[in-house]
Design a protein around this ligand. Sequence first.
Ligand code: PMP
Ligand code: GLU
Length: 399
Amino acid sequence: MALTISSVCKNITPSTTLRLNALVNEKKQQGLDVISLAAGEPDFATPSHICLAGKHAIDTGKTKYTASSGIPELRRALSDFLLAHRGLRYKPGQLIVGTGAKQVLLGALQAILEPGDEVLLPAPCWLSYPEMVRMAGGVPVIVHTDMAQGYLPTPAQLAQAVTARTRAIILNTPNNPTGVVWGEQALRAVADLAQAHDFYIISDEIYESLVYAGERHIPIAGLNEDAYSRTITVSGFSKAYAMTGWRLGYAAGPKAVIQAMDAYQSHATGNPNSIGQYAAVAAMTGDQSCVEEMRQAFERRCALMLSLLDEIPGVRYAKPHGAFYVLADISRLLGKRYRGEVIDSDGRFAELLLEHALVSAVPGEPFIAPGCLRFSYAINEERLAEAVRRIKTFVEELI
Ligand code: PMP
Ligand code: GLU
């Protein structure tokens, strides 16, 4: 036997977002004044009452293994929260807590996919989805959308992508990287299709609390009994409570799926970290005004970002209605020269922007949004304005 690497791992593209975060930190350590619009995390500190609960957990010895699916207090708190704030009725046995929504999503796919099963991915989509589907033995089936259609697939597009091997669809509302919030009609079309062809809906709602005026978050599981019975709702604490480093997320869904995820998790990672789980109870049961304050700040920053982007010729976007990203279409700038070099891709654009303007952005390509850059506006308004000024100066140099 040769000492080889598995074909699953050989074919994984490491996370571009995490690689960029590391690159930006490296440049900052070299003393460079880099402004990161690449980070997919709130710049706010974790609210103090949540931190205190974490500290209290350490001080009172809550530092041991827990049930692999999470402490009963947290699953109960989640069950109450989902009913009170989302109108979703899940018993604690239908809930599993894991090491971030990321691990929970992978766990859900591992629980439901047979080798070769297809998973529909309306795109642009979070760059981890296609990799996760492959890691779980499935085949990603991309449903392409564009800015003109508001980055929402039509029912016909979705229906055309369905085959006898379709096992699931992954929805993400509000969406990373577009900020699109799926409305009721679009969600109903997905629910109807899933019912007609009997496949699962994995609904990634990690940005659910960050929705702006004029829109509202609709959990697809709440649409009707059938949608409820086939949906695995995934969310977490990273975005709403600025808890990215605590690594906690959860899924709610059919009991059989949750039990399968628990069995897998019990061998893969065991329980998510105990201290974080106690902090998450405080997040779920405590005052929610911290979430609203952060949401309002993101909404203000979004408006600022868009008004400044409007001043840059050649940059277009579909107005985001949630999360903290704007997907900027820079395709009209590709083919132009920067200091003699023809910029031939969004990836090269992002590299030159980082090198010469000291602004980092994530190329659209891994999000299946070629010709675009994803800008995160999860930074303070002064730095945000400075970053967009730098981008404008960079674009003005293109010929
Ligand atoms: N889903 C989406 C769409 C995301 O952007 C992220 C960001 N990390 C996650 C899931 C995972 O979040 P976490 O693992 O930090 O809970
Ligand atoms: N989800 C965030 C992003 O899209 C965080 C990084 C990651 O986990 O990929 O940037």
